[in-house]
Design a protein around this ligand. Structure first.
Ligand SMILES: Cc1cc2nc3c(=O)[nH]c(=O)nc-3n(C[C@H](O)[C@H](O)[C@H](O)COP(=O)(O)OP(=O)(O)OC[C@H]3O[C@@H](n4cnc5c(N)ncnc54)[C@H](O)[C@@H]3O)c2cc1C
Length: 478
């Protein structure tokens, strides 16, 4: 429970509209997209950078822990308070000052609270968009803080490749406001400090404004559902598409049968696109071009069909079948996977990242391990396999002990056997704090903690200071 004097002081800084007091109103800020609800000491919603600075300075001076929060779509319990009731939520959702769009420069500057959908709606009349595609509607500040990847990483990259400038408030007693770069594409006049805040998950400071590079919207698209011969054929398929389609290849998303079946069963608007039954594995492939069709140029649909046709006809054909259709219909299945999963029972989710050549072998070994030791869990994986990413989701009993054993077995295989990453794109938060302490080399954690100390004291969302009592040298395995 926060002392009344703190509430009075915070209200003086942000006004009554900036403090959420009713329990019902607070719930949305306390409940993560996954995992259990936490309890906030207070929810503070500053509306300007100056207010963020004043709140952060007050918290630093008074020793109050706070968790920065954007749209609260994060999947690792990084944006919500724990159950102690000691942490404030510092919501950036009111930082939505008018967007500054520069079409010729292909850049836009936004407040950290602006949602991706709002940004893209504002960019549409200019024929531009921020091509980071995901099944949620995050804030730009949250996207920068977590270095969001998404389904078109293959072609466009992650937030790190798009952020050209940041304004951040440091967690020190002055609430220092730092402006890091001004939207320049090239700037070697100083250390690129902004990159420390991209993917920093709020540990080094609070992002208040973001400048990003944006792209021309595609004017031609074509998509297909590819059915590979078997799992080992997925990588050759990807390599063939990269070679034949080059920069036109914008997505290559893997989907398991169990994940597709759950989406088809639980999402009423979704029709089963596979007339012959859902295959063991399918890949959504997308090609795009930013220019309109030109006379004499093969259409993108024809190009896609031609590439797929060559792969079907080869002697060692990696492709067993391919379905073609409107791009939006193909994406409907991919975008429904998360909803289908949520509706089908308790999910144990992992956001793993591998070298691409290891993905099939990991999946085969993991399936064998599941069959032998955890037959009551079903693998419903999907992911951005062109980047080595796999959302390794297991649906099965909620029994905490079995889930803990299963989590240990999956992490042991992925981290021990394949030197994978336990957080491919979702960042760090309480849900993976133990993995951070076990699998991130101690020296890297020590340096991260030193950087946090330089900027201030670090926020409550990610604990970057190693806890020696939870480590033994043999656990510190990389
Ligand atoms: C259905 C679904 C699909 C998803 N798909 C993907 C995907 O394909 N790829 C992917 O990368 N992610 C994905 N995510 C995860 C999530 O959407 C992203 O991590 C997103 O970028 C988080 O943005 P947010 O505004 O919701 O941040 P929040 O969830 O509010 O916060 C996330 C983290 O960033 C910190 N933070 C937030 N705002 C700030 C700020 N202004 N300054 C400093 N720190 C801040 C928080 O403290 C927290 O640690 C998905 C989530 C869902 C629910």
């Amino acid at each position: 429970m926060l002392a009344a004097r703190h509430l009075t002081a915070l209200e003086a800084l942000v006004g009554p509209a900036g403090l959420v007091s009713a329990a019902a109103d607070r719930a949305g800020y306390e409940t993560p997209a996954r995992y259990a609800q936490g309890r906030a000491a207070a929810v503070v919603r500053p509306a300007t950078t100056a207010e963020v600075s004043a709140v952060v300075a007050y918290c630093a001076r008074e020793g109050l822990a706070f968790v920065p929060q954007g749209a609260n779509t994060g999947l690792v319990e990084g944006s919500t308070p724990d159950a102690s009731g000691d942490q404030l939520v510092l919501s950036l959702d009111r930082l939505t000052a008018p967007l500054e769009i520069d079409p010729d420069d292909r850049t836009v500057t936004v407040g950290a609270g602006v949602r991706l959908s709002t940004l893209n709606a504002a960019l549409e009349p200019h024929g531009l968009f921020l091509p980071i595609d995901l099944g949620a509607d995050p804030s730009l500040g949250g996207m920068a803080a977590t270095n969001t990847g998404g389904a078109r990483f293959l072609r466009y990259g992650d937030m790190r490749r798009h952020v050209l400038g940041l304004e951040v408030v440091l967690p020190n007693a002055q609430g220092t406001v730092l402006t890091l770069s001004h939207g320049l594409r090239k700037d070697n006049a100083a250390l690129a400090l902004r990159q420390l805040f991209v993917g920093g998950c709020g540990a080094f400071g609070v992002i208040t404004r973001v400048t990003v590079e944006v792209h021309h919207r595609p004017r031609q698209t074509a998509a297909a559902l590819l059915i590979p011969r078997d799992l080992d054929a997925v990588l050759p398929l990807l390599c063939a598409f990269e070679a034949e389609a080059g920069a036109m290849l914008t997505a290559f998303e893997g989907m398991s049968r169990a994940a597709m079946e759950r989406a088809i069963a639980h999402v009423p608007s979704l029709a089963n696109p596979f007339s012959g039954g859902v295959p063991d594995y399918a890949v959504l492939v997308e090609l795009t071009r930013s220019w309109s069709p030109r006379d004499g140029e093969a259409s993108l649909d024809d190009t896609l069909q031609q590439i797929a046709g060559q792969l079907l006809d080869r002697d060692d054909a990696p492709l067993a079948d391919a379905l073609f259709g409107p791009t939006t219909r193909m994406w409907t299945l991919r975008h429904a996977l998360s909803e289908g999963l949520r509706a089908s029972g308790p999910v144990l989710g992992f956001d793993l990242s591998f070298r691409r050549r290891d993905l099939a072998r990991f999946r085969t070994e993991a399936l064998a391990m599941l069959a032998a030791d955890f037959p009551d869990y079903v693998l419903c994986d999907f992911g951005h396999i062109a980047d080595g990413g796999i959302h390794f989701n297991l649906v099965g009993p909620a029994d905490p002990e079995r889930r803990a054993a299963l989590r240990e077995a999956v992490l042991g295989l992925a981290m021990g056997g394949f030197s994978a990453s336990f957080s491919g794109e979702h960042g760090l938060g309480r849900a993976v704090q133990d993995a951070y302490e076990r699998f991130t080399p101690r020296v890297a954690r020590d340096y991260a903690a030193s950087v946090a100390a330089v900027f201030g004291r670090g926020s409550a969302s990610v604990r970057l200071t190693p806890d020696p009592s939870r480590l033994s040298p043999s656990q510190d395995c990389r």
